[in-house]
Design a protein around this ligand. Sequence first.
Ligand code: AMP
Length: 493
Amino acid sequence: MDVSTNPHARTEDDAFHEECGVFGVWGAQDAAALTALGLHALQHRGQEAAGIVSFSGEGQFHAHKGRGLVGDTFSDAKVMASLKGHAAIGHNRYATTGESALRNVQPLYADFEFGGLAVAHNGNLTNAFALKRALVRRGCLFQSTTDSEVFVHLIAISLYSTVLDRLIDALKQVQGAYSLVTLHDGALIGARDPLGVRPLVLGRLGGPESNAWVMTSETCALDIVGAEFVRDIEPGEVVIADAQGLRSIKPFGRQQGRFCIFEYIYFARPDSVIEGTSVYDTRKRIGAELSRESGVPADVIVPVPDSGVPAAMGYAAEAGIPFELGIIRNHYVGRTFIEPTDQIRHLGVKLKHSANRVMIQGRRVVLVDDSIVRGTTSKKIVEMVRQAGASEVHMRIAAPPTTHPCFYGIDTPDRDKLLAANNSVEEMARFIGADSLAFISLDGLYRALGKPGRDPRAPSFCDACFTGDYAIPLTDVQEDPARVPSLLMANGA
Ligand code: AMP
């Protein structure tokens, strides 16, 4: 999130752009190379910038950051050789265009009273603007406009003596979602916010006796470096890897987590396992549930690739209708959703998908996609499938209607651009041009995740994008709603 304190300094940065991946390693040779691999596996969490800070002992930190894909930024042998050390952290992010982009690329690094410290953060703080204003008044000089920088200043001004105590002091002042890794002279530390909204896992390199640890957003990043999955870092947990081994503390006490349900639907990589549940299996179960809830006579089930594929497989198996790749995706185009303007995004959909005519012509087609946000993708895809000769086109969505923006780390447009916030399902069906449209129900989604349904008094997940039930206070938005136009006011959230 952009947290510029100058009200006139709004730029493209003002939108929420915090879809990120983090990776940290302690006690392993070639820590930076491992980190680059880990970030590569997490590329789906942010494709526009990446950075690594490594530590080689005796106060020596080394950093490299760049815009673009991880493979481009970290392919130069000289760059990799300069990132020396047995410990490193890295970050990849959805960055913005414009001059401010590079200074916002993480990890953020600063020299403190106790030495150097680097921070990489996935998530979004909801009181960053308020904190920043107070910090600036105290004389803190911000170097970036990312919300994550408040961690740096809160750690710097903390009156505690150890780095760990200072970090916990900072964590207790922030609100919002964070899964972060920090690196300083003595340790790699991973921390997850008290509700555990964003994922963070712990892995081990080199066998059960070794003291080489990885803390990262998803298990797919453990797999790529050959690390063994140890466990999820728990909501509200702080895990420290240092020369003595591994320690864990829980500064916030115990509470029921609210993991982001949208990670299961769309954001996480299908081969990742989160809180003991396979993302891929979950998506298939969502598809099966969707078929039970709103099946329709059809000849073929076609996924909108790639994110709709597992749900479509589950749907087809449950419905007993053939599954076919009726749409082919061009893999050399980035995700359409993150293109900077509506016009380009519109073009991007065409660049990205094309109809596999022989699988579609003369058939009743059920298209399965993971979600509808603005509706741009669905509209184009339905049009394309009709042009390819489908006799009927039914759209089935593996998520409930997205009616509310996310403030906890998923990039979402303003509420007025969310198709489901302003239209009934029938209106949406008309807008996208489908013969019928159905979304999985919220209870169906919870069932697919192994719950009996959504318990409104104690939901197991953060599902604010579907319910408007924001579990973490939205301090900045409530203080200054104009900063985030047309979002919450209509719902009194
Ligand atoms: P839209 O065209 O705006 O309805 O976008 C919907 C498509 O974007 C879906 O098919 C998803 O695969 C993808 N999508 C949904 N949420 C996000 C997000 N936060 N970031 C990037 N892509 C997304």
